[in-house]
Design a protein around this ligand. Structure first.
Ligand SMILES: Cc1cc2nc3c(=O)[nH]c(=O)nc-3n(C[C@H](O)[C@H](O)[C@H](O)COP(=O)(O)O)c2cc1C
Length: 179
């Protein structure tokens, strides 16, 4: 699959099989993240420990329910909703607090989702794991995130199971030309 095809095919997946992805796929996805544009240091943590994934998922779900944000609360109220969607691998992107940290980690995350698509895997850019880290201050150290870094965003990756929790893609009409 070439780059344009992978970009066109990438779509957020919110329903994963339990099967783990290969170490080779993990390495390729990390490389894609590391080759993205950046404006400062950042770190990638690969979480495949089921207990830790479940803990992050539980905390994020609780935080979504209590967020006061209508959209997050309505998602969390869906029967069987899990913020990590059962993905067997979660890439956490962290960086020191700074004006470009979210942009930098999001550039990496986007490249990682495209790489996952090219490898035949499903992926989803996630912001909700941030809520779990806000709720449990010990999580940063438990996940091995470098001192002084904080989680900015995450990417869930795995084999697509189905279309549970799918969100319809809104057709974009957001281009103008100046020639
Ligand atoms: C800043 C940002 C945060 C997002 N956070 C989440 C999230 O926490 N959970 C989730 O399921 N999707 C999340 N998404 C994915 C969007 O819902 C998704 O990209 C959008 O609906 C378009 O669908 P598509 O990715 O299939 O094209 C996030 C996307 C962005 C850009």
């Amino acid at each position: 699959m070439d780059a344009l095809e992978a970009i066109a095919k990438r779509k957020s997946v919110r329903d994963y099989k339990k099967d783990q992805i290969s170490d080779k796929a993990v390495a390729a996805i990390i490389a894609a993240g590391q080759n993205a544009p950046s404006a400062g240091p950042y770190h990638i943590t690969v979480v495949q420990n089921r207990e830790l994934l479940q803990h992050i998922s539980n905390l994020a779900l609780e935080a979504m329910k209590n967020s006061g944000n209508e959209f997050l609360m309505s998602r969390a109220a869906l029967p069987g909703y899990e913020p990590l969607y059962g993905a067997p691998t979660l890439f956490l992107l962290s960086a020191p607090e700074g004006p470009y940290s979210l942009a930098t980690t999001s550039c990496a995350a986007t490249s990682m989702t495209i790489a996952a698509t090219a490898l035949g895997l499903g992926s989803c850019y996630l912001i909700t794991p941030k809520l779990a880290f806000a709720a449990d201050k010990g999580l940063t150290a438990r996940a091995g995130i470098p001192e002084g870094y904080e989680i900015m965003c995450a990417v869930a990756v795995g084999y697509k199971a189905g279309d549970k929790f799918a969100v319809e893609r809104i057709k974009k009409d957001n281009v103008n030309y100046v020639k």
